[in-house]
Ligand binder design. Sequence first.
Ligand code: SF4
Length: 210
Amino acid sequence: MNKKIATQIAEEIINLYPNAKSSLDFKTPFQMLVAVCLSAQCTDARVNMVTPALFKKYKTPKQMANADIKELEELVHSISFYKNKSKNLIAASKKIESDFDGIVPNDMELLQTLPGVGRKSANCIMLDAYNNPQGIAVDTHVGRISQRLGLSKETDPLKIEEDLLKYIPKELWKDVNHTFILFGRETCSSQNPKCDECPLKKYCKYKKRR
Ligand code: SF4
C-alpha cells in the first residue's frame, strides 16, 4: 500500500458519509468515557438506551466513584458483561478523582491507566470528547475492511492501526474513525458484503479472490 492510494480510499469512504459522527449519546468527556466503556461487545443503540438514567443518577466521577455497585449494576444489567463493566466504572471514577482532580484526562497514555479503558476506548474519547484524534479505533469492522482493501495485511488490531496511521494523513483520522465503521457495517459486512454495488471495489483485494 502506498500513501496516495490509502488517502484516496479513505477520502472515498469519508465522502460516502458526509454527516457521520459518533453513534453514542453523550454531553461531557465523563459521559463519553462511561458510554464507550459500556459499548465494548455491545451495540451503541443498547448503550444509548441505558445511559440517560445512568447519567441522571451519576453526574460526575465523584458520584460514580461512590456508587453502590448493586444499584449501578441494576441500571446497566441489560448490557453485556455488566458486572465487570460496573466494577471498572467505579474503579475508573475513583482513579479520575484521586489522580486527575476529577477530570477525565485529555491524554492517550493517561486514559489507558484507567480500569476498563484500552487503546480503542481511549481513541474514541480523545476523538469525540476532546476533538483531538490521536489514532484510529480498530474494531472488527475497521479491521476487516482494512484487510480487504489492502490497507493492512495484519490481523492484530494494534498493528492494523499502525498501518492506517502510517498511510492515512492525520487530518483525515477524525472522519476515518466515524466512517470506516459505517462502511464495514453497511456495505462490507463480514458474511455478506455487497460487492456488486460497492464503490470501493476497484481497490478491493478480497473481491478479486472470490
Ligand atoms: S468489493 Fe466487497 S469485499 Fe471488497 S470492499 Fe467492497 S464490499 Fe468489501
